[in-house]
Structure formats: C-alpha cells, structure tokens
Design a protein around this ligand. Structure first.
Ligand SMILES: Cc1ncc(COP(=O)(O)O)c(C=O)c1O
Length: 414
C-alpha cells in the first residue's frame, strides 16, 4: 500500500485518472518519477495556460524569493500589488474601456464566485440567482449550489433560491422569451438579483453561448435592474483567444470572476473585477487571509506584460484552436460513426462522443500513450482539450496524433 492509499482521503480524483507520481514539469510536459514524459493537454485544469514552470515567471519568482520581498501581505499595500494593478489597467482594463476595480478575493475561483454573489445580493437586496445548465462555479457551498453541472458531485449542496436555464447555442425568440419570463418570476418567493454565466462553459462541455443570447441577457437584466456576473475562471485569460471569452459580445458584465491562469505560474490567485460604481463594499466586509499573494502578483504582472501587450498570443491561440478543431473533425469523420461532434473556441475544445464509458476509455488510452486529457460535460461524455496556450506546434501535432490513436483504440470493436 502506498502512502497515498494509506494516508490520503478517498476523495482524491485526478490521481486515479493518471496513476503516475509526477515529479517535474516544463512547458507542455510532465515527467513522472520513473522518467516517463507525458504531454499535458489538461494544463492544471486550465491554471497552466502559460505552461509548466514558464521560465519568464520562474525567473521573477526566484528573484522575488531571493530578495526578501513579502510573500504574504493580507491586503496591505506592496510594490508587487501596485505593479500588478497598474499592469492590469494598462494591458487589459484600459484597452477594453472597462471602468472596473480589482477585488482580491482569496486563492480560489470558488471564493471569487462567493464574493461576486455576496456583492450582487448586497447591491440588489435580492438573494435569488439565475444560472445555466452545465454551469460550474466551484465547490464551496453556494458556488456548488448554483452549479447546475454538479449532479453526482456535491449532492448535499443546493440552494432553494436558484434557477437554471438551458444552454443556448443558437438563440431563438423562444429562448429570449423564456429568459425574460424567468427573470421576472420570483424563485421561492425571492426576486432574482443576479445572473451568473460562463460565457464559454468549461466543465459543462467546452461550449460557448450564442453572443446574441449574451446580448439579450444584458438588455433584459439592465431593464429589470438585475446584475450580471461573468465567470471567466476557466475560459478567461486567453483560453478561448481573447483575454475574456465574452469579448465581441454585448454581455458587458457587472462583475467578472478571474482565477486559474491569472498568476501565469499556476499559483493560487483569484480576483473579481467590479464595475466601479457597484463597488459598494464596506472596508473589510468581505475578507480573508490569503488575499495578498505577492509572488502571484509579481508573476501575474509579468504574464500580462509579456503576453497581453499585443495580440500575438490571441492570434496564435485562434490558429492553434483551428488546428485542434481540424484534428478533432478528422477523428469524428474516421471514428465517430455520425455520433461525435466537435466543441469549443480557441484552446478550450472538446470531442463530444456521447458515451461516458467511451470518453473514459479515450482518456485512459491517451494516458497509456503518455497524453493527459480529461473528460467533462453531461455524464462526462466529452473529451476536453485544454492545452497550454504556449504549446510548441510539434507538441500539439504529436498530442493530437496520440489522441487519434486513443480514439481509434477506444472505438474499435464497439
Ligand atoms: C468556470 C469555473 N468557475 C469556478 C471554478 C472554481 O474554481 P476553484 O476550483 O479554484 O475553486 C472553476 C474550476 O474549475 C471553473 O471552471
């Protein structure tokens, strides 16, 4: 029996998918303690969009540690936080004309969601929340309660003042009518105060909402005095190409939750961007010990400067995304028997195979071929690809070739 079996909780999960002991990592690869190298097409569930141990950020982190700078600072002022705020303003908020302030919320995405919901409730005075089928917002009680994709995961968590509408790929008049009728209808006696949406769903199956539906959400919520939270925790920071996955739509959110890849290096960090006039918190009203991760501020500022001062990364992600989709379409044509389809935007892509066991078998066979891919979506029927955005083209091709072999193996004899 290993230490893991003996001493770690039964709740452990990813290690069951990928039963290796990972010892080192670089860029798009992870190496286990026996020296076997894997291509990582999951990238820390999206926290490693800039690759493992990206040398740019390692350099900054090592220098930070060596020079005796603050690591932890609650939310006191530090040079690293100032530099991070200024850089975010210069590279992201300013160019997008977003008049928003930054709330440091704690280390996890779920904390960002909690803070966003609390602020929305505080502003509107209404507790009820509208979300969407397939939405995933984290494992804390309230975040799990508004995650319609949680079935089978956190069965105890559910709020009574929550309602979920279906995912909308191509909007119809009926979708907009249902949206408006639902927003006007109290839930369990509580008026709806906020809509939370992942403009591109991750766990829900690598799928983007129709931008016209996002525009309808904004138009109707504005009329009704309801706030909009965009959960960009998985799809943001360039995962789908642009910094925010809703860019180009008229969603114009009131609060944006950002986490996962925001530190660049994969350090725990989450922030909410809050429309300036809605920043009505009292000092200390939402607090927490780990809201001053200066190492993460330092690496994040470097990430923003290096990757978001121009559109090179965004264009590259769109091109890589095209390569992934073309490969997934070939797999669909070769092995899908009319049942597969391809999902996603940029490098948040999925191969929907319509069968839980088949998706699991593909992930398993991929691992046997030293490729890490996870499943997601309803019943875990979608093979999800979250490659690092900075992957080398040859590694992308190699990983897709391994995936094709895994799909072929999993489908043969079915
Ligand atoms: C869209 C979205 N929101 C929230 C979360 C929760 O983030 P965390 O796991 O850091 O709490 C996740 C995590 O996968 C996510 O994908």
């Amino acid at each position: 029996m290993t230490s893991f079996d003996e001493l770690e909780s039964n709740v452990r999960y990813y290690c069951r998918r990928w039963p290796a002991v990972f010892a080192s990592s670089s860029g798009s690869t992870i190496t286990d303690e026996d020296g076997v190298e894997y291509l990582d097409f999951f990238a820390g569930a999206g926290a490693l969009s800039f690759g493992h141990n990206n040398p740019l950020f390692v350099e900054v982190a090592v220098e930070h540690l060596r020079s005796g700078r603050l690591l932890h600072s609650l939310d006191t002022f530090t040079p690293e936080k100032r530099h991070f705020l200024d850089t975010l303003q210069r590279t992201i908020l300013g160019p997008r004309q977003l008049d928003m302030v930054v709330q440091t919320v704690g280390p996890t995405g779920a904390t960002a969601v909690e803070a966003a919901l609390q602020l929305a409730q505080r502003i509107t005075g209404h507790r009820a929340v509208l979300g969407f089928e397939g939405g995933y917002h984290g494992m804390s009680y309230r975040a799990a309660s508004i995650s319609a994709s949680m079935a089978g995961r956190a069965t105890s968590a559910h709020l009574r003042d929550f309602v979920a509408l279906p995912y909308v790929q191509h909007v119809t008049d009926a979708d907009v009518e249902l949206l408006e009728a639902t927003l006007r209808q109290p839930v369990n006696g509580q008026p709806i105060g906020v809509v939370i949406i992942e403009p591109t769903q991750g766990e829900g199956g690598a799928r983007a909402f129709d931008p016209a539906y996002l525009a309808a959400i904004r138009r109707i919520t504005r009329d009704l005095g309801i706030l909009v939270i965009a959960d960009e925790i998985q799809a943001g920071v360039g995962r789908t190409g642009p910094f925010f996955s809703f860019e180009g739509s008229q969603l114009d959110p009131d609060i944006i939750c950002v986490s996962k890849s925001i530190s660049g290096l994969g350090l725990p960090m989450a922030i909410n961007l809050v429309r300036r006039n809605l920043d009505t918190w009292n000092p200390g009203e939402f607090s927490g010990t780990f809201r001053g991760n200066n190492l993460a501020f330092a690496t994040s500022a470097t990430m923003l400067t290096n990757y978001w001062s121009d559109s090179t990364l965004e264009k590259n992600t769109e091109q890589f995304g095209q390569t992934v989709r073309t490969a997934l379409e070939s797999m669909t044509a070769a092995f899908g028997a009319g049942r597969f389809n391809v999902r996603g935007n940029g490098l948040l892509c999925g191969l929907a195979v319509g069968d839980t066991d088949l998706a699991a078998a593909i992930s398993r066979h991929a691992f046997e071929r030293r490729l890490i891919v996870e499943t997601c979506g309803p019943g875990d029927t979608i093979v999800k690809l979250l490659t690092p955005l900075v992957i080398e083209p040859e590694q992308l091709d190699e990983g897709l070739a391994r995936l094709a072999l895994a799909v072929e193996q999993a489908t043969s004899g079915r």
